[in-house]
Design a protein around this ligand. Structure first.
Ligand SMILES: *Cc1c(COP(=O)(O)O)cnc(C)c1O
Length: 450
């Protein structure tokens, strides 16, 4: 029998997070205060985040120990399997080897639980009673709700309206773990009420939901804010993915030629690729590829600039690839990829050509997802399907060039709560959104001058 699953044992769960800030040739520029436009200090972030997370956010220490209490929860589903996609390889007739790291085995069904557990833990030990957050497709909200329930904190979730309507089961999942969910824009915050006054039919965006959650946290003493992607500490917590993958590849005597991840804010991609960064900087030939939707093409068509993380301009300005914080992405099913910006760390890597990016349209992404489901069995989350499409195209290139490369991608989550999207796909009702140049130019021209 061929070895299909490369499994680690519980004692192989990484004990430390890898901090790429220690090794990046050009570390990202510091975040700026939204008012003064001066670099912010730890105290500026204190109303929103607990101090241990702020320390991780600005840390340049290469390895950071994972607390025992966090490891204890992670061991519910970690280590996660690395699969060899024999059936997909055969269907594609490729000489390439395709591996995928499957993060859909977590309780909430995606990689996001890796950071939610750590974030809630640090909030718990510093006295936070409630956490407010936003969620796009609902994966982050469910990951946070799961972790808040475990550590006994209350959880308030502003869920982007288009997803709230499309994905009732995600909301029910969050509520089962005790989370309180509002469709965003909501009437709970000034940012939400203002958006609804301007457009009562506003279908929401991640940027707007962030404004609501940040406002909620900043105006309540016992409440902190939590972000499921983008920030350095979030990518840090995700590096257990790449550390495990490295070990699993070693077990079968493989070296990755190409590493691929879907990219919304950059956390599942960063989690996979960052632990390989020292190898790449040390001269090993590893390509790193970010896959994004053509409807929200941050790395492929955005501008590298300081911009707000949210729509209302409440967050610090961070240097990143951005489509402009006023950008309203089309209502594609990969809700977790509808973000105007990107992680500063991932953006810096793209700027310095350590990372490549490609963008795909929705229908071709679902074609790839369906092929994957029919060959490998797992139904991917629409976000993860972007990485599947990226891997398939790399494997086809290998077939054309007769190259036996090793392709590794992050299957960041399952699509069991995204079946309405699959129904639309199967019924040929899925629409391709291309982003018109004039729409993009308008939101980019609104990026603040710093
Ligand atoms: C949220 C999400 C993403 C996109 O977010 P990143 O921070 O870029 O990883 C991708 N896949 C799944 C399954 C998600 O839930």
């Amino acid at each position: 029998m061929r070895e299909r699953k490369i499994l680690l044992s519980e004692k192989d769960i990484p004990r430390r997070w890898y901090n790429a800030m220690a090794d990046l040739p050009n570390p990202p520029a510091p975040p700026l205060h939204p008012g003064t436009k001066q670099p912010i200090g730890p105290d500026d972030l204190a109303p929103l985040f607990p101090m241990p997370l702020i320390e991780q956010e600005v840390s340049a220490q290469r390895w950071i120990d994972i607390p025992e209490e966090v490891l204890d929860v992670l061991s519910l589903w970690r280590p996660t399997p690395l699969y060899r996609a024999y059936n997909l390889e055969k269907a594609l007739g490729t000489p390439a080897k395709i591996f995928y790291k499957y993060e859909g085995t977590s309780p909430s069904g995606s990689h996001k639980t890796n950071t939610s557990v750590a974030q809630v833990y640090y909030n718990k030990i510093t006295g936070t009673k409630r956490i407010a957050t936003e969620t796009g497709a609902g994966q982050w909200g469910s990951a946070l709700s799961f972790a808040c329930n475990h550590f006994g904190l209350d959880c308030t979730i502003y869920m982007v309206k288009v997803s709230y309507d499309q994905k009732p089961y995600r909301r029910i999942m969050m509520e089962t773990w005790g989370g309180k969910v509002f469709a965003s824009p909501s009437r709970e915050t000034n940012a939400g009420r203002q958006a609804l006054t301007q457009d009562p039919n506003n279908s929401g965006s991640l940027g707007l939901a962030i404004s609501e959650a940040v406002e909620d946290a900043a105006t309540h003493g016992d409440t902190k804010y939590s972000l499921g992607s983008v920030l350095n500490h979030v990518l840090l917590h995700q590096t257990i993915i790449g550390q495990e993958t490295k070990k699993q590849l070693e077990m079968v005597g493989e070296k990755a030629d190409v590493l691929i991840g879907s990219c919304g804010g950059g956390s599942n991609l960063g989690g996979l690729i960052l632990p390989f960064l020292p190898d790449k900087l040390g001269g090993q030939k590893i390509r790193m590829v970010a896959v994004e939707p053509a409807a929200c093409p941050t790395l492929t068509r955005g501008t590298f600039a300081y911009d707000f993380g949210d729509t209302a301009g409440l967050t610090p300005l961070v240097q990143m690839y951005t489509l402009g914080s006023s950008f309203m992405p089309a209502g594609i099913h990969a809700g977790g990829l509808r973000y105007h910006g990107d992680s500063p760390l991932i953006s810096r890597m793209a700027k310095d050509k350590l990372l490549e990016a490609v963008a795909y349209r929705q229908v071709e992404v679902f074609d790839a997802a369906a092929l994957f489901a029919r060959t490998e069995g797992i139904i991917p989350a629409p976000e993860s399907a972007h990485a599947v499409k990226g891997a398939i195209d790399e494997a086809k290139r290998c077939a054309a060039e007769k190259k036996k490369e090793t392709i590794v991608f992050n299957l960041s989550g399952h699509g069991h709560f995204d079946l309405a999207a699959y129904e639309a796909y199967l019924g040929k009702k899925l629409v391709d959104y291309a982003l018109p140049e004039d729409v993009l130019a308008k939101s980019i021209s609104a990026i603040p001058k710093v």
